[in-house]
Structures are given as C-alpha cells and as structure tokens.
Ligand binder design. Structure first.
Ligand SMILES: Nc1ncnc2c1ncn2[C@@H]1O[C@H](COP(=O)(O)OP(=O)(O)OP(=O)(O)O)[C@@H](O)[C@H]1O
Length: 249
C-alpha cells in the first residue's frame, strides 16, 4: 500500500524568521511511501483477529485497507459481508450542522443508505443522551457528548465484520459501561472481528488469532498466544524506551 507523503524541507540553522518564511512560501514536495507490503492473509468466519505491532508498524493503515477507505495499490483484497468500522469517532461530522443532520452525514460517510439509518434515529439520540439537543448545532455539544453521538451512530446497526482501532474512550463512567455492553454485543454478533490494539489483556480475552506487523510487513500470524510471544520478544529486542511505551498500554 503506497501513500503520498508531503515533505517540507526545513533549514533550521538559518534562524527562525527565515525558517518560517521558507515554510510559508515553499510548497511541500510530494513523494510516495510504501506503508504496508507483502501482506497476505485469510480471515475466516468466527475469527477474532488482533493486529499487533509497535507504533507506526502499519496496523491502522491495514485496517483502513480492510474498511475500504484505502484501495490497495498492488495486489487484491476480497471481502464478503457488510463492514462496521469503529476507528474515527468524528468521521463525517460537521460542527455547523445540527445533531440530527450529523447523524445522516455520518451514516452516509459510513456507507449507509438514508433509509437504513432512519429507523435508528430515536435510539441513537437516546443512547447518546442528546435527545433534547437534536436540533442544536453539533458545535454546542461537549466533546464527550460528541464522542457519545459518534459511538451511538457507529454501533447502531449490527454488521458482519467489525473493524476496530483500539477501544475508543467514550465519555463518563456511566456511558462507558453502556458503551462496553453495546460493543460486546456487536462483537458477539459479528462473524468476523479485527482489532488493532496495544492492550494485550484485551487481545487475549477477545481474539483467537493475531497478526504481528513490523515496519509494514507481517512478522507472524497464528494463535494469539504464539503471536503475543513473538511481539514480546520483538519489544525486548528494542531499546528500553520503546519497551516502556508499548508494553505499558
Ligand atoms: N495518510 C498517511 N500519509 C502518509 N504516511 C502515513 C499516513 N498514515 C500513516 N502513515 C505512516 O505509515 C506508518 C504506519 O502508520 P499506522 O498509523 O498504520 O501505524 P500503527 O501501527 O497504527 O501505529 P500506532 O500503533 O502508533 O497507532 C507510519 O510511519 C505513519 O507515519
């Protein structure tokens, strides 16, 4: 998977005024970077798969490929079933539109038909606890309320395949319990779950298989416990700083 990257050349040694002037005037140079490569795997009905790897190893990029947000620039991807992606909780939101309008906007951004989200509007507003704010602008909601709304929309409908980027922190303690229960029921109802996570406790509890990514390539695929062991030895072979930042999550 190759993505365009934009690189701004900076020459800090010239002093800050010259640096800022150049940064403002010079167009960033576009280059292409390969983020994941030689990635080949199959996920079967009933599988709960963890994507493991150090920061920047390519887990989210691979999830974006699976959600359909990115198309592979080489190779192919075959997916059977409807997908539910819980990755970006504010996807499709527009702060100047009303709460109600944002439900439609986000549902559309998620690939849903207007008619498919319509029957769920009431329960989404109730679940998020913002029913009395339905015609208020989104920007008047608190950050927590917006997150609750995003979560409520994303999980309103059961799909076949669930794609998650970490567990998303979803507001206050009362909502967190509701969110966990909802998430668990969606996970239980999914034919396939793929979760990118650094939380090994969660991965052990949830997943029967795991894929370890390193520098954009697959380093291990197999039973969760075996792949976690590989991941641990990868972390142990890194500097103490890297170990602390990844194993503490
Ligand atoms: N849109 C993009 N354009 C250019 N480079 C990107 C883009 N998205 C990710 N990258 C780069 O691709 C690499 C992998 O990023 P990715 O987000 O997939 O990693 P990750 O394994 O999910 O990391 P983390 O555990 O930190 O969330 C990183 O080096 C990142 O800088």
């Amino acid at each position: 998977m190759t993505l365009p990257v934009f690189r701004q050349r900076s020459e800090l040694s010239e002093g800050w005024i010259a640096t800022i002037a150049k940064a403002a005037l010079r167009r960033p140079e576009r280059e292409f970077a390969t983020i994941v490569r030689n990635v080949s795997f199959r996920i079967d009905e009933g599988d709960r798969v963890a994507l493991l790897g150090l920061n920047g190893s390519g887990k989210s990029t691979l999830l974006h490929l699976l959600t359909g947000a990115y198309r592979p620039t080489e190779g192919s991807l075959e997916i059977e079933g409807s997908r539910q992606a819980l990755m970006n909780i504010s996807l499709g939101f527009n702060a100047d539109a009303t709460v109600l309008e944002n439900i439609y906007l986000r549902a559309t951004a998620m690939g849903m038909q207007i008619g498919a989200i319509q029957p769920h509007i009431g329960s989404i507003l109730d679940f998020a606890g913002v029913a009395e704010k339905a015609v208020d602008r989104l920007r008047t909601l608190s950050a927590g309320q917006r997150m609750r709304l995003g979560f409520a929309i994303s999980t309103s409908v059961q799909h076949d395949i669930m794609l998650l980027d970490e567990w998303i922190g979803t507001g206050d303690a009362e909502f967190l319990k509701k969110a966990r229960d909802r998430l668990q029921s969606r996970v239980d109802g999914s034919r396939i779950v793929v979760v990118a996570s650094h939380n090994l406790k969660l991965v052990r509890r949830l997943c029967n298989r795991a894929i370890l990514l390193h520098a954009g390539e697959i380093k291990a695929v197999g039973a969760t416990s075996e792949v976690i062991a590989e991941y641990r030895s990868l972390m142990d072979s890194r500097s103490p700083d890297a170990v602390a930042s990844t194993s503490s999550k």
